[in-house]
Ligand binder design. Structure first.
Ligand SMILES: [Cu+2]
Length: 338
């Protein structure tokens, strides 16, 4: 009698919760919400259900103001002791158009087409100021997003992206050296090579919180037709998001990146003239911090629409300089899935 009661208690304690848990698994544990997607600066961090389509547009802005070598700022005068010309600041604007399509629950395809607008201001040792500009389509990228595991709010994804050299690596503008001069490395719109972009992403959703982490790389394997290869880039990021309501979440994110110098050199550039033409002053590493906001319409006329903003800047920055330092980063994005 006693043992029967005991076994009943045991059954209630252990089997009971398990059964309830199994029932829950038939339904998704959490309904759609704003933090289903990571902060807008993270890409390829979510998958879709079979047959689902998503269109997206992102606007990204990066402001670089002043030069740096190592972790110290360098005045324009100091840079001009080593080079006859120096950049003073640069603005990068990017419009990124994206589409996602889920072939199956385990494989989502993602295509991205960037459109870049770069402007750089300079000053010469003689005090003459001038600006250059480059604009056009960047390197188009196609990515496969593969589900490694997905259970109970936890998701693991493996991405493999390949980018095609559709960006112009010979943009030209007028400089004091002449008209229609080939612009140096940072003003170019692509790498000039087919590159691989692998990534691993983990995301966990809790009742009111979610967090995630992603590591990734951009790998260049050979030199382009101008006889150089952009350095490899390695990225790692961690974020946490707090669900405010079903349709809004706020986030904090930290991102580290490391990129190496350029291999080879474009023979048309004179590395003694300006730091941006020197393949050995291109590498660096940086840790950025961001605050973000995600908005999502779960129902109604705007159902399926997302709007997100992320703003940040570097906490730490080491440059194999002299090089322009990064000061401010903004990303604004719209996504629509159906
Ligand atoms: Cu998507």
């Amino acid at each position: 009698m006693k043992s029967k009661q005991l076994s009943l208690i045991c059954w209630t304690l252990f089997a009971g919760p398990t059964l309830a848990h199994e029932e829950n698994e038939k339904e998704p544990r959490f309904s759609s919400r704003a933090d289903d997607h990571a902060p807008i600066g993270v890409m390829g961090e979510h998958k879709h259900k079979q047959g689902e389509v998503m269109f997206s547009y992102r606007y990204m802005h990066m402001l670089m103001d002043g030069n740096r070598d190592g972790t110290s700022r360098l005045s324009t005068g100091r840079v001009l002791q080593s080079f006859p010309v120096t950049p003073t600041d640069m603005e990068m604007h990017m419009h990124m158009f994206g589409a996602m399509y889920a072939v199956s629950d385990n494989v989502t395809l993602m295509g991205m087409v960037p459109y870049l607008i770069n402007t750089m201001d300079h000053v010469t040792g003689m005090g003459r100021r001038f600006s250059t500009r480059s604009e056009g389509i960047g390197d188009v990228r196609l990515t496969g997003i593969f589900t490694l595991f997905e259970e109970d709010g936890d998701t693991g994804l493996f991405n493999l992206g390949i980018s095609a050299p559709t960006g112009d690596i010979e943009p030209e503008d007028d400089t004091p050296a002449g008209n229609n001069v080939e612009l140096p490395y940072p003003m170019r719109l692509g790498s000039g090579t087919f590159d691989l972009h692998p990534a691993l992403t983990f995301t966990r959703k809790l009742e009111d919180w979610s967090w995630g982490a992603q590591v990734g790389a951009s790998l260049r394997f050979y030199k382009n037709r101008e006889d150089y290869a952009l350095g490899n880039q390695y990225n790692a990021t961690v974020w946490g998001a707090r669900r405010v309501t079903d349709w809004a979440s706020a986030s904090l994110r930290v991102a580290g990146s490391l990129w190496t110098d350029i291999r080879g050199a474009d023979p048309e550039l004179n590395p003694a003239m300006i730091s941006t033409a020197d393949p050995d002053t291109r590498g660096g590493k940086r840790i950025d911090a961001f605050v973000g906001l995600n908005l999502y319409a779960p129902e109604g006329g705007l159902k399926g629409n997302r709007l997100a903003l992320e703003v940040g800047g570097p906490l730490y920055q080491w440059l194999d300089g002299p090089q322009l330092e990064t000061d401010f980063l903004v990303q604004l994005g719209w996504q629509y899935s159906f």
